[in-house]
Structures are given as C-alpha cells and as structure tokens.
Design a protein around this ligand. Structure first.
Ligand SMILES: Cc1cc2nc3c(=O)[nH]c(=O)nc-3n(C[C@H](O)[C@H](O)[C@H](O)COP(=O)(O)O)c2cc1C
Length: 382
C-alpha cells in the first residue's frame, strides 16, 4: 500500500495508530526490550502489545508479573494484554490497571491453543461458551473507564466449532473497541496457512468496529496484501518479527510509500543481536540473565545465514556479553541477507487434537460454566 493508496490510520479508542500495524503479543518475547527494538526500527510508529499477563497473577501482585507489566518511559500508548477466565478477576485486574495508571489500552487474549489450557476450558476454548465470554467482556469494559478494550481470538476450536463470528458480535454488543482475528482454529495450532477469508468475513460481520487481521505476515508486502484482500483495518504481526525487529521499519516504509530499507547484512544483524541481549540484561537487572534469555532468539536472528551448527550451538550457550561479542566477531559478517531468511519462522507445528473439558461442546450457551483458575497457569500465550 503505497502513499497513493494509503490505508486510513487505525483507531483504538482515543489512540490513532499509523501505520495500522500492531506487534502481536508473544509470551516470553514481546517484553519491554523487544518492543523497544521494534519501535526503534519503526521510528515510534505502530502499536506494540505487551506479553500476556494473567489476571490472577496481576491482582495477586505476583513479583514476576509486576515486572512484566513495566513499560519503558517512551512507550505511548502502553498496551497490556490480559488473559483471564473468571469475569470477576478480569474486572478486578482491569480496575487495578485503571486505578494505578498501568496502561493506556487493554487487549484480552482468547487465542491460546495449548492443551493444558483448553482442557480446562480456557484460551481458545473459552469463546465457545458465549455467555462466559460475554460476562468477561462486560466486566472488562465496565471497569476500564476511558481505556479501550480490544480482544484477540482464533477462528474457534476446529472447523466444526468456529466461534469468531459470534464472538465478534458479542464484542460489539459489550463495547469492545476492536477485534483481532488469528485466522486459525485451535486445532490447527500453527500449522497450515492462516485463513485470511475468515478475516474478511469477520470484517463484514462487525462493520461497527475495527477488525485486525493476524496470521502469516512474513514481510511488509504480506501486510499490505492482507489489508487489500480482507478489507481489515489493521494487521497484527507475530512470528515474522522474531529475530527480525527491523520488519517494523519495512512495514512503515510499505505503508508510507517510501523505499524499502535495504535488508541487513550479517554485520548489521549481529549489532542488533548485541543490542537486544544488552537491553534484556538491563531490563532483568542482570547481564547473565539477559544473555541467557537472549539465547532463544539466536536461531531466529541467524536463520538462513551461513553460520555453521557449531557456531550456532556456541551462540546459544553464551552467558555474557563479552562471550557473545567474541562469537559474533568470529562470524563471516560480510554476508548479505540470504533468501533463506525469508518466509515462515518460529512455531509452525500443525494440527493437534483439542482437549476440552467433558461435555464442553454440548451447550454453547450453558450459563453455569466455571473455568478452573488453573486454566490461567500456562503462560505460553496464543
Ligand atoms: C512464541 C509465541 C508466543 C505467543 N504468545 C501469545 C500471547 O501471549 N498472546 C496472544 O494473544 N498470542 C500469542 N501468540 C500468538 C501470536 O500473537 C499470533 O497470534 C500468532 O503467532 C499468529 O500470528 P503470526 O502468524 O504473525 O505469528 C504467541 C505466538 C508465539 C509464536
């Protein structure tokens, strides 16, 4: 979408988001350091959502959770993603965010496909129980004051039990500001390709509020194509940014019509890796912990480059910035961006049977349903 075919800015309540591009919440990834990196590449443009925070842990002021919700002073608006299964606890968490001025936007996660969560009726199993979904949204919106509340969901449990159209309608009725759809069912996990037609269908179904499309945006061109093909109001980009925070710079250029920034050489990638590890150390208050946390990003950053399995192993075992510097200096840094770095990255595992509580599918409107609090225990996201 070049400047002459510009998309309108995305409105999330009082916040104007331009270009209409959102960093997907990713547990263990989209912490303040990673958001900072992405924002640096975008020149501050776009919206960057926190890692998922469970509502119970927030209201209980769990130490780790209180650390996770910290934003860098330069983050505006501050977007927190919450996950909760109990309407009252969700309401309390939202009220806490408002009263303590912890964020400017709240996103609710209904997309987690992990068996230990769906087995208890949480995550992407939850919207099947329409009335429970409605109660959660009502408590969230009712306690949010002026803060916009958005939701992020999958298409449903499986192809025979899709929920996204009903969930979109319920979201509109309960005053949700925008809905994001990952075009996969829980059964698909991360396999196959995301169904962008479902995003178009949701857009037609809930014309009252912005619809954000999510799934399989691997390049800025994919983002522009998703907007064109589905008519969605914005895009949410997840795995495409793993080891590639500069994708946000490409996205801005694609939407603003500027020339695409040159793809980085390995030397430039190495400098970003170094900075990412350093930021993590500062954020965690401990260099070693930062470098250890950074290890999970190494394979994504080096994807497609000739690095060699021995060096990849060494990089993924690093415990200090000095060691990281030494290994990075040993790389053949003059390599240009390889074709092999394009396309899918991150989780791609396909279909799994969705484990549900007994009788879960019998009555979508069963009002007596209570989802066990342990459905909030998993933190691996969406
Ligand atoms: C490592 C990882 C962690 C994730 N954590 C979350 C999460 O906390 N909340 C959420 O709504 N989705 C989460 N997701 C799902 C993404 O936000 C996104 O919906 C999904 O990856 C599809 O988009 P993509 O094709 O652009 O990656 C996670 C995905 C990955 C790969």
């Amino acid at each position: 979408m070049t400047a002459d075919a510009a998309a309108p800015a995305l409105r999330i309540g009082p916040h104007t988001v331009w270009p209409p591009v959102v960093l997907a919440p990713m547990a263990g990834i989209t912490n303040a350091p990673f958001r900072t990196l992405c924002r640096e590449f975008s020149g501050g443009k776009g919206l960057f959502v926190s890692e998922m925070i469970t509502t119970r842990a927030l209201v209980e002021r769990n130490d780790k959770t209180m650390h996770l919700i910290r934003f860098d002073g330069s983050e505006k608006p501050r977007s927190i993603q919450l996950y909760g299964v109990d309407p009252v606890t969700v309401g309390k968490a939202v009220r806490m965010i408002v009263d303590e001025d912890l964020a400017d936007h709240i996103d609710l996660n209904f997309g987690c496909p992990v068996p230990k969560v769906t087995r208890r009726g949480g995550g992407s199993a939850l919207p099947y129980k329409r009335n429970l979904l409605r109660s959660i949204l009502r408590e969230a919106v009712g306690n949010a004051g002026d803060l916009p509340v958005t939701i992020k969901m999958r298409k449903g449990i499986d192809d025979d039990h899709t929920t996204y159209l009903d969930a979109g309608r319920i979201a509109v009725e309960e005053g949700v500001t925008a809905v994001a759809l990952h075009g996969r069912t829980a059964a698909q996990h991360y396999g196959g390709t995301a169904d962008w037609e479902a995003i178009a269908r949701l857009k037609e179904h809930v014309p009252e509020i912005p619809v954000l499309g999510n799934g399989d945006i691997w390049s800025a061109a994919d983002a522009v194509r998703m907007m064109r093909e589905t008519g969605c109001d914005g895009v949410v980009v997840g795995r495409g940014c793993l080891g590639r925070p500069w994708l946000f710079g490409d996205l801005v250029a694609a939407f603003e019509g500027g020339g695409a920034p040159a793809a980085p050489s390995l030397r430039e990638v190495a400098a970003v890796m170094r900075r990412h590890a350093e930021l993590l150390g500062e954020w965690l208050g401990d260099e070693e912990r930062g470098v250890i946390d950074f290890r999970k990003h190494v394979a994504w950053y080096t994807k497609g480059f000739s690095v060699g399995s021995e060096m990849r192993r060494k990089l993924a075992m690093t415990s200090s910035l000095a060691e990281l510097d030494a290994h990075l200096a040993d790389l053949d840094l003059d390599q240009e961006w390889p074709d092999g770095a394009e396309g899918p990255r991150g989780r791609t595992a396909g279909s799994k049977r969705v484990v549900l509580p007994d009788g879960w599918l019998e009555d979508p409107y069963d009002c007596s349903v209570v989802v066990g609090a342990d459905a909030e225990l998993d933190t691996s996201g969406g």
